[in-house]
Design a protein around this ligand. Structure first.
Ligand SMILES: NC(=[NH2+])NCCC[C@H](N)C(=O)O
Length: 408
C-alpha cells in the first residue's frame, strides 16, 4: 500500500505540507502564564493570522498543497465512537481521569460540532465555560488561580514538532513540556483515523514513552541519512530508540546525533542548523567552537539489531561523508556577527524552510541572514514576521512536510 507520506529529504520540491492557523489559544496567554506556555511575549492575534495566511499563500503560490492540522483533526474525529474515545483520552491527559469535572467537560465538548470541538480543545477551556452539576472534591479543591480546566495549546502553530515525516512513515512524538504534550495526541488520531492516512502509514516511534523527541530536532538529510539534535527537547535515549526501529524497518542507515546547547533560544536543532540545498546549510555560529567543531555521534546498524556509535567533532567532514559531497557550505546566521547573529537567531534567522533545492522561505526581519543566503545563490521568499516570531519559531517550525519530491 502506498503511504500518503513521503519525505526523503529536507529540500526536495515540497508538494504537501501541514500547517495550523493560529486561533484563540494565542489570546489565552498572559504574562503570568507565558513561561509555562513556552512563549516570551503575547502575539496580536489578528495580525498573527494575517501573517500566517500570507505564509500559507506563499506556499500555495509555489504549487504546494496546504493541509490544516485542525481540519484534519476534525475529519479524523467524524465517527462518534472515535470522537468519544479521543475526548476521554484528551480530558484524561488534561488532568481528569474520572469524576465530576471530567463528566462536565465530556458533556460540554461533545455537544459541539466537531470542528468547534477541536478548535475549543486547542483554544483551552476555562473554568466558567462548563457547568459542573454535582461537584466532587477534585472540582471544588482545584487550584483556582489557574483559570483553565484544559490548558490552551498556543504552540500548535508550530506543526513541525508533535510529529515528523521520515521516509514513508512518521514519528509521533512524546514531547518534553506539559504545555505541548497533548498536541501529539491529536496527531495520533489523524494518523489512525483520517481516511487519507488510516492504515497506510508506518509509525517509527509512538508517543507512549518516557523519553522525549520533537520534530524540530529531526532533520531528514537524504533517503537514508537523518540528523537529530540532542537538545533541550530531544534526549539521547529517544534517538537511540528511534534509530533501532528505523534501522530495522526503513531505508535509514545513518543518524547523525548533534549535541546543541540546552536552552530556550536554541530549543531544537532546526533553530541553529537547517539544510537548504544539496550541499548547503544554515548554521548558528554559537553551536560551533573556535575551530568550527561540534560534538556529534554517527549511528549505524550493527550486528543482530545492535547499533554502532562513532564520536566526531568535525561536522563538515561528517556531512561530506554521509551525503557523499566534495564540499559543504555552512552559511552563518547573521554572517557570524557578534550582535547580528544572536539577534537574528532569536527571531529564527536559521530556521529556514526549503521548498526546493536552493529555494527557501524565511522571515523578512532577518535581513542580514537573508541577504547572505542570496549571496550564496539561494532563492529566498520572505514572509511577514512581526507577530508570528514572538512564539520563537520560524517557517520550518510552522510547517510539517507530508510529501516532497525525491532528490536522490
Ligand atoms: N521546531 C521548532 N524550532 N519549533 C519551535 C517551537 C517554539 C515553541 N514556543 C516551543 O517552545 O516549543
Amino acid at each position: 500500500m502506498t503511504s500518503p507520506i513521503h519525505v526523503t529529504s529536507e529540500i526536495g520540491k515540497l508538494k504537501t505540507v501541514m500547517l495550523h492557523r493560529p486561533g484563540r489559544e494565542i489570546e489565552n496567554i498572559t504574562p503570568d502564564y507565558m513561561e509555562r506556555l513556552l512563549f516570551d511575549d503575547i502575539p496580536y492575534l489578528p495580525i498573527a493570522q494575517e501573517e500566517h495566511d500570507y505564509f500559507a499563500q506563499t506556499l500555495r503560490d509555489q504549487g504546494i498543497e496546504v493541509l490544516y492540522f485542525e481540519k484534519l483533526a476534525a475529519e479524523a474525529l467524524a465517527d462518534e465512537n472515535v470522537r468519544h474515545e479521543f475526548l476521554d483520552r484528551m480530558i484524561a491527559e488534561s488532568g481528569y481521569i474520572a469524576g465530576a469535572t471530567k463528566e462536565a467537560l465530556m458533556e460540554y465538548l461533545s455537544s459541539m460540532n466537531v470542528q468547534d470541538m477541536v478548535n475549543k480543545i486547542i483554544e483551552g477551556v476555562r473554568i466558567e465555560d462548563v457547568d459542573i452539576k454535582n461537584p466532587d472534591l477534585q472540582s471544588v479543591s482545584e487550584d483556582t488561580d489557574w483559570p483553565f480546566l484544559m490548558d490552551p495549546m498556543p504552540n500548535a502553530y508550530f506543526t513541525r514538532d508533535p510529529q515528523a515525516s521520515i521516509g514513508n512513515g512518521i514519528s509521533i512524538n512524546r514531547m518534553t513540556f506539559k504545555a505541548r504534550q497533548r498536541e501529539s495526541l491529536i496527531t495520533e488520531y489523524i494518523i489512525k483515523h483520517h481516511p487519507r492516512f488510516a492504515g497506510k502509514v508506518p509509525v517509527w516511534r509512538d508517543r507512549n514513552h518516557a523519553t522525549h523527541i520533537e520534530g524540530g530536532d529531526e532533520l531528514v538529510l537524504s533517503s537514508h541519512v537523518l540528523a537529530i539534535g540532542i537538545s533541550q527537547r530531544t534526549t539521547a535515549d529517544a534517538i537511540q530508540d528511534i534509530a533501532k526501529n528505523l534501522f530495522k524497518d526503513s531505508n535509514y542507515d545513518t543518524i547523525i546525533a548533534i549535541h546543541i546547547p540546552h536552552n530556550h533560544a536554541m530549543m531544537h536543532l532546526d533553530t541553529v542548523f537547517t539544510m537548504i540545498n544539496y550541499d548547503q546549510f544554515t548554521v548558528h555560529p554559537a553551536i560551533l567552537d573556535e575551530d568550527g567543531k561540534v560534538d556529534n555521534w554517527v549511528l549505524h546498524p550493527g550486528k543482530d539489531g545492535d547499533i554502532t556509535i562513532e564520536h566526531h567533532t568535525n561536522i563538515k567532514e561528517v556531512l561530506k561523508k554521509a551525503l557523499n559531497k566534495p564540499e559543504i557550505d555552512l552559511i552563518a546566521t547573521g554572517n557570524g556577527d557578534k550582535i547580528v547573529a544572536p539577534r537574528e537567531q532569536w527571531n529564527d534567522g536559521s530556521n529556514t524552510l526549503a521548498i526546493a533545492p536552493g529555494e527557501v522561505v524565511t522571515y523578512n526581519r532577518n535581513y542580514v541572514s537573508n541577504d547572505l543566503l542570496r549571496k550564496h545563490g539561494i532563492l529566498v521568499h520572505e514572509v511577514r514576521s512581526s507577530e508570528l516570531s514572538r512564539g520563537r519559531g520560524g517557517p520550518r517550525c510552522m510547517s510539517c512536510p507530508i510529501v516532497r519530491e525525491d532528490i536522490d
